[in-house]
Ligand binder design. Structure first.
Ligand code: PEP
Ligand code: MN
Length: 288
C-alpha cells in the first residue's frame, strides 16, 4: 500500500544522523537524572529563574517551584546576554547557590555552560548541563560537552532547522554522551508580536525523527508572561516530554527576562491545568 506523503512513515525514513535517528533506538531514550526519568511516560517540569541573582532570590523561587510541582531547578550562572553591559551572571558563586538550593529543596539542577573552559566546573555543580540556543552550533563546546559525564539539555538554535539541530545533537552522541535532552525554545520568524515563534511542529517532528526526549521552553518561545501557560498546555498536548520554564519570586525585579517569568502563584495554577492535560494525553507529571 502506498503511504501518503505526510505520513509518519515519511518522517521516519529520512537519512537522519545515525546515532540520533529514531531507528537507532526505536524504544526511545530515557535520561535518568537522580531517578527522574526524562523521556518516559512521566512529564518532567524544570523551573526557576532565568539567572541566579542572589541567595534569597534563588532559594525563595526554588521553594515555590518545588511546592508547585517542579522536579528540576533551572538557573543560569553563566548568562549569554545580547549586550555586554547587561548582567552576565554570578559565575561560580551562582553555581554554589544552586548547590545550596538543591540541598534545601531536593530539586536537581540544570544550568548553562557557554564555553569549553566552563564544562568541568558546571558539571561539578549541576545535574544537567544546558547548551543554549546561541551555542547550538558551537562545535568545540558540543565536543567538550560530549565528553562530559553529565546529561546535556541542548536547546534549539533560534535560527536552526531541524536538520541542523539533529546534527548538533549527533555531535554530543558521537563524542560519547548519550544522555541528551532536546528543547524547542522558539525560532526567529517575521512575526514580531512575540519574542520568538514557538515551533509546536518541532515536537511531533522531533519525536518521530529521533529517540531523544523533547522538552519545550514556552518562556523564551513567547517572551510574554501571559502567553506562557497556554503554550505550556499546548506543548504537553502535542507530546512534549517536559517543560523548561522561567519563574521568579519577584519578576518585576528580575535582572534578566522578568517579563516572561511567571509569578510563583501563576506557576502553581498552571501546574494544576498541566496535570489535567497530561492525563488527557495518557501521561502524568512527575512528582518528587
Ligand atoms: C535560558 O534558558 O535562559 C536561555 C538563555 O535560553 P536560550 O538559550 O533558549 O535563549
Ligand atoms: Mn532567560
Amino acid at each position: 500500500m502506498e503511504t501518503d506523503s505526510c505520513s509518519i512513515e515519511t518522517l521516519i525514513k529520512t537519512d537522519d544522523p545515525e546515532l540520533v535517528r529514531r531507528s537507532a533506538r526505536p524504544e526511545g531514550t530515557i535520561v535518568d537524572v537522580n531517578g527522574i526519568r526524562i523521556g518516559g511516560k512521566e512529564i518532567v517540569i524544570m523551573a526557576g529563574p532565568c539567572a541566579v541573582e542572589s541567595e534569597e532570590q534563588l532559594t525563595e523561587t526554588a521553594k515555590s517551584v518545588r511546592a508547585g510541582g517542579a522536579s528540576i531547578l533551572r538557573g543560569g550562572a553563566f548568562k549569554p546576554r545580547t549586550s555586554p553591559y547587561s548582567f552576565q551572571g554570578l559565575g561560580k558563586e551562582g553555581l554554589e547557590m544552586l548547590e545550596r538550593a538543591r540541598n534545601v529543596t531536593g530539586l536537581s539542577v540544570v544550568s548553562e555552560v557557554m564555553d569549553t573552559r566552563q564544562v568541568e566546573t558546571v558539571a561539578r555543580y549541576a545535574d544537567i548541563l544546558q547548551i543554549g540556543s546561541r551555542n547550538m552550533q558551537n562545535f568545540p563546546l558540543l565536543k567538550e560537552a560530549g565528553r562530559a559525564s553529565k546529561p546535556i539539555l541542548l536547546k534549539r538554535g533560534m535560527m536552526a532547522t531541524i536538520d541542523e539541530y539533529l546534527n548538533a545533537a549527533e555531535y554530543l552522541l558521537s563524542h560519547g554522551n548519550t544522555q541528551v535532552i532536546l528543547c524547542e525554545r522558539g525560532i526567529r520568524t517575521f512575526e514580531s508580536s512575540t519574542r520568538y515563534t514557538l515551533d509546536l511542529n518541532a515536537i511531533p517532528v522531533l519525536k518521530q525523527r529521533t529517540h531523544l526526549p523533547v522538552l519545550v521552553d514556552p518562556s523564551h518561545g513567547t517572551g510574554i508572561r501571559s502567553l506562557v501557560a497556554t503554550m505550556a498546555k499546548a506543548s504537553i498536548a502535542a507530546g512534549a516530554d517536559g517543560l523548561l520554564m522561567e519563574v521568579h519570586y519577584k519578576p518585576e525585579e528580575a535582572l534578566c527576562d522578568g517579563s516572561q517569568s511567571l509569578y510563583p502563584e501563576e506557576f502553581g495554577m498552571m501546574m494544576e491545568d498541566l496535570r489535567k492535560v497530561a492525563v488527557a494525553v495518557g501521561r502524568t507529571i512527575h512528582v518528587l
